[in-house]
Ligand binder design. Structure first.
Ligand code: FES
Length: 323
């Protein structure tokens, strides 16, 4: 199980600015639902002062992605777009009192969305458009330019860190070799520019360090053992939940929709609802029913959380803005 700060939990349970800004004049879309995480950031920028007067997000992803998006909007509202662009993914993580290392990619997604939205406001084409960069990870549609940018900004030095911060390589692993090549290239470029990657990493380590209670653990061996036990337990719980969802799915299909398990974290069960169900007023009843059934099956009380039922990939593509 991940160890989340109280602030992450607060922003997950009570996200700020979870909305589409109705009179937005900038929008940044990053990620993709098919890749597991997607964030659409909408901004209202005052054209005279260039101050971000409002910001909203629609996020499809885990609790950390939602908390990071919420934090991002809180950080940038009231800033000029130039100042907002100085916000780093580490600052998003700091705002949340840290993120588990494996979830740092959620803060990166926020930063990428912000850059995309500002570029959109300015009518620019981002240089990390996949037409410009070489696609490295097909599973998560991540190119070499994004990997290099994140490596340089965070002083990453290993494949594992790149996976944690970008998600690239986090599925089929067939791109690991390519990621290592890009990592080597980025590190060589940093060395050539006289940037000490170890110093960058050290500066980040202060915040990326584990939560105090983990760092204080005096039994690392026990932690490792318990970790594999946790994995087995999680797989078992997921299988039970999948079984319950399979049971309710025919009824959901009959209403013209579908439902899928996305993730399980502690006592939270994340599901995606599609088709008619996504915007249906009865989806709340379906979820409540599902919550009871899953709680019964697991013998514990869980909360079923629908991930952005209003967020639709087709709708995202068709959306237009008056800039
Ligand atoms: S291609 Fe990168 S994880 Fe599959």
């Amino acid at each position: 199980m991940w160890d989340y700060s109280e602030k992450v939990k607060q922003h997950f349970f009570n996200p700020k600015n979870a909305k589409l800004v109705s009179d937005a004049n900038a929008r940044g879309d990053v990620g993709s639902i098919s890749c597991g995480d997607a964030l659409s950031l909408s901004l209202k920028v005052n054209p005279d002062t260039e101050i971000i007067e409002d910001a909203g997000f629609q996020t499809f992803g885990c609790g950390s992605a939602i908390a990071s998006s919420s934090a991002l909007t809180e950080i940038i509202i009231g800033k000029t777009i130039d100042d907002a662009l100085k916000v780093t993914n580490q600052e998003i993580a700091d705002y949340l009192d840290g993120l588990p290392p494996e979830k740092m990619h959620c803060s990166v997604m926020g930063m990428e969305a912000l850059h995309a939205a500002v570029a959109n406001y300015r009518g620019e084409v981002l240089e990390d458009d996949h037409e410009e960069g070489e696609l490295i990870c097909k599973c998560f549609a991540i190119d070499d330019l994004m990997i290099k940018r994140v490596v340089k900004a965070n002083g990453l030095q290993s494949l594992e860190e790149v996976v944690n911060y970008t998600k690239a390589g986090g599925a089929c692993t067939s791109c690991h070799e390519k990621i290592e090549w890009v990592l080597d290239e980025a590190l060589a470029e940093m060395a050539e520019a006289g940037i000490d990657v170890a110093a960058v990493a050290k500066a980040k380590a202060k915040v990326a360090a584990p939560q105090p209670e983990i760092a204080a653990s005096s039994k690392p061996q026990a932690v490792t053992e318990s970790s594999s036990e946790d994995d087995a337990e999680l797989a078992k719980r997921k299988a039970i939940i999948e079984q319950v969802i399979d049971e309710v799915r025919p009824a959901v299909h009959a209403d013209g929709g579908d439902i899928h398990l996305v993730d399980v974290e502690d006592h939270l069960v994340f599901v995606s609802m599609s088709g008619n169900c996504s915007g249906c007023g009865l989806s709340g009843l379906t979820l409540a029913n599902l919550e009871i059934k899953i709680s019964d099956a697991l013998g514990e009380t869980v909360t079923v959380f629908p991930l952005q039922p209003s967020y639709d990939e087709a709708e995202k593509k068709e959306a237009t803005y008056d800039l």
